[in-house]
Every structure is written in structure tokens, then in C-alpha cells.
Design a protein around this ligand. Structure first.
Ligand code: SAM
Length: 248
């Protein structure tokens, strides 16, 4: 079937964005570095920071069905969450940030170990569902935010990123990891978990984690936990877990 006029226009806009994005990214990132207050205003320019995985994409995805990833139902996701919790340093945490908290499936587990969990997600639909899940429960703050440019204020004792950072383009991954490392309090931990398959994401899990280890070492963080759980998950691709800690 021949493409409609709208489809042709959309295709042309996507092609143009691909050409214009790299130089525009340099200019806009430079402006944000000089004037950080601009960050939240340009955070949702997905064609620059996470092409193919923008806010519009996520709103549509969550809008189509509840729990579209099956975070509350799939045994693989449960196993992932069990391992992520086990990988965290022992004891309770004061203030935690969960980047890309979706509808709150992992947040619920995390909340039992923290005084306050800030759950942030790019999707308003996902965050609204998470708000319903936690209605009336103290210690859980749910915020619609596009990280890393719209990063919450303050420092954290724990930052968790599960299956999210590889949706950002390479430079944004670096900006985001640096921002998270900076936001760790003394004794605070950054916990990363990413699925090692390829699904047309901008950056592979191993590149995210290798970069985090390098930036963490430069910032004086230690690396108490790091491993690959092979042969599990979709296509048996496995996942990788790394935890970095700022010495107290
Ligand atoms: C694959 S899901 C992972 C959800 C959850 N962290 C887990 O592992 O179960 C990725 C989540 O990150 C969110 N997300 C994507 N880009 C984001 C961004 N730039 N800032 C905040 N959340 C984002 C998506 O809406 C989605 O809920």
C-alpha cells in the first residue's frame, strides 16, 4: 500500500531530525552546561537525548495497556528485582532515587528498605498508576521527570537504575552517570542493572556499565559488587549488575 501524505511527512521529519540532531545536541548541551536551569525545559527533547525512546513513545506504550512490560507478573522481572535488592549494600537507606520507576513494581520492594524513595519516570501515565499504587503511603514520592536533564534536587543515599540508562544516547548516558555519581552522599550507592540483549537501543548494557565503572573510579567510588547473570531473560541474553559506593 502506498504511504499516506502524513506518513511521508513523518518519515521526512525523522530523517531531518537524524541529520540535525548531532550538531544541535552539541549546541543545546553546551547551553545547558553553562546555564543548568535550562535543563528541565529541554529534557523532553527526546529526538536529541533518546531518539526512538522519547516521552511520546513511552506515553503511547503505557497508554496502550496497564503494566505493558509485565513487571508485576513475569517471573524474570521478579528474579531481576530479587537480585537487585540482594546486590544493594546491607541495611536501611535514608533517601533513595529510582530512575525510571515505571508503575512502581520495584519501588514497592525498595520502599521497605528506605525512609524515602523518590520514584521518577518520563511517563505521566506510568507515574499516575504508581501514585494510585502508593496512595496514602508515606515515604514514597512519585515525580514525572525526564532524567538526566530534569534531575531532582538534593543528595541521595541510594540511586537505582534498572533497564533505563541504555535508552539514552551515548553522550546523555555520560551526562546522566556523572550527575548520579555527583548526587551520591558519602556512603551512598549507585546500583545499575541492565538487560544484555539488543533491542535497537542506542547503547548496549555493557557500555553503560563499563562507563559507570570508569567514571566511578575517577570519582573515587568503590565497586563492591559486579556480575553478569547469563542465560536468563528474553533470548537468554542475561543481565548485568554493578554497584558503586562512595566511601564514607
Ligand atoms: C524498561 S522500563 C524499566 C522499568 C523499571 N526500572 C524496571 O526495571 O522494572 C524503562 C522505564 O524508564 C522510563 N524512562 C525512559 N527514559 C526515561 C528518562 N529519560 N527519565 C526517566 N524515566 C525514563 C520509562 O518510561 C520506563 O518506565
Amino acid at each position: 500500500m502506498a504511504p499516506t501524505g502524513v506518513q511521508v511527512l513523518k518519515r521526512a521529519a525523522k530523517d531531518a531530525a537524524r541529520v540535525v540532531a548531532p550538531p544541535a545536541r552539541v549546541v543545546v548541551r553546551g547551553a545547558v552546561t553553562r546555564f543548568p536551569a535550562i535543563g528541565p525545559r529541554v529534557a523532553d527533547w527526546g529526538w536529541l537525548w533518546q531518539p526512538g525512546w522519547s516521552r511520546t513513545h513511552h506515553e503511547r506504550f503505557y497508554g496502550a495497556a496497564e503494566d505493558p512490560y509485565g513487571f508485576d507478573t513475569k517471573p524474570f522481572e521478579r528474579m531481576k528485582y530479587d537480585e537487585l535488592l540482594d546486590a544493594l549494600p546491607e541495611g536501611r537507606f535514608g533517601r533513595a532515587l529510582e530512575v525510571g520507576c515505571a508503575e512502581g513494581a520495584f519501588t514497592e520492594r525498595l520502599a521497605d528498605r528506605c525512609d524515602v524513595v523518590v520514584g521518577a519516570d518520563i511517563s505521566e501515565v506510568a507515574i499516575e498508576r504508581a501514585r494510585r499504587r502508593f496512595a496514602g503511603r508515606p515515604g514514597v514520592e512519585l515525580q514525572r521527570r525526564t532524567l538526566p536533564l530534569d534531575f531532582p534536587d538534593g543528595a541521595f543515599d541510594l540511586i537505582v537504575c534498572s533497564d533505563v540508562v541504555y535508552l539514552w544516547e551515548r553522550g546523555t548516558v555520560e551526562v546522566g552517570l556523572r550527575r548520579m555519581i555527583e548526587a551520591l552522599r558519602s556512603g551512598g550507592a549507585l546500583a545499575l542493572l541492565h538487560y544484555r540483549g539488543r533491542f535497537n537501543q542506542p547503547v548496549h548494557a555493557d557500555e553503560v556499565h563499563d562507563l559507570a565503572l570508569r567514571l566511578g573510579a575517577e570519582a573515587g567510588l568503590v565497586h563492591p559488587t559486579g556480575y553478569v547473570h547469563a542465560d536468563v531473560g528474553p533470548h537468554g541474553s542475561g543481565f548485568r549488575v554493578d554497584v558503586l559506593v562512595r566511601p564514607a
